[in-house]
Design a protein around this ligand. Sequence first.
Ligand code: PEP
Ligand code: MN
Length: 263
Amino acid sequence: LVSREAKEENTIVHVKDVAIGGDAVTVIGGPCAIESVEQVMRAAEEVRRCGGKILRGGAFKPRTSPYAFQGLEEDGLKILRIAGRFAGLPTVSEVIDEASLELASQYLDMVQIGARNMQNFRLLQAVGRARIPVILKRGLSATIEEWLMAAEYILSEGNSQVILCERGIRTYETATRNTLDLSAIPLVKELSHLPILVDPSHATGASRLVKSMSKAAVAAGADGLLVEVHPEPCRALCDGPQSLDPEGFEVLMKELAPVARAV
Ligand code: PEP
Ligand code: MN
């Protein structure tokens, strides 16, 4: 179902009034983790002011260490919904199991399956049964075929509103958090009709690299970006070093526009 042979024309996923997979480059921005009302409101305002179309924020955080901040859970979803309404932006947040999926579908417009859960097949099937748009991130060490097969689990249960997201893969290189696989963009476009986003924040782990990788991703044909934006990255509870501050996000959006027009 995910293949080009099955469907020739590009899939366009609609999240409220935002279309992903058409001619426009859609930027999704917001903090890694939802920390407080004030923090998400400030991020939402900046994202909207600079031309971002969807607000992100993690409420359920599957952290590498069990002692790290795990997220505000349902309270976080409530905050994200309020901030999204306030800024007039649709919202997306990661789900980690069926219980969080159930909650997130009540509060939000789209859900995300994170890299660590790309092959959580029960979760994929549950999202497939839920009628909600979903971002499926590429697994930490997943091949493109494994990733597309994970998407197949969702489509085969009846949900075709799937957006893929390349977020860097694990290689021997340690200078960046992950290695952004830019070739995945044209390859996925060749193999599948689904839209593809790039997450330059988790791909690089460093805010100073986010702008260049964003431009490269758009030049390579990405349908959009998923970018971490925090009002004060140095105080972030999660992923501060890779989060753009409001000024950084503004510059990114300005410099992205001519690249988007050129492709
Ligand atoms: C995230 O988007 O906040 C996240 C945890 O990303 P990933 O699953 O790609 O690591
Ligand atoms: Mn993060």
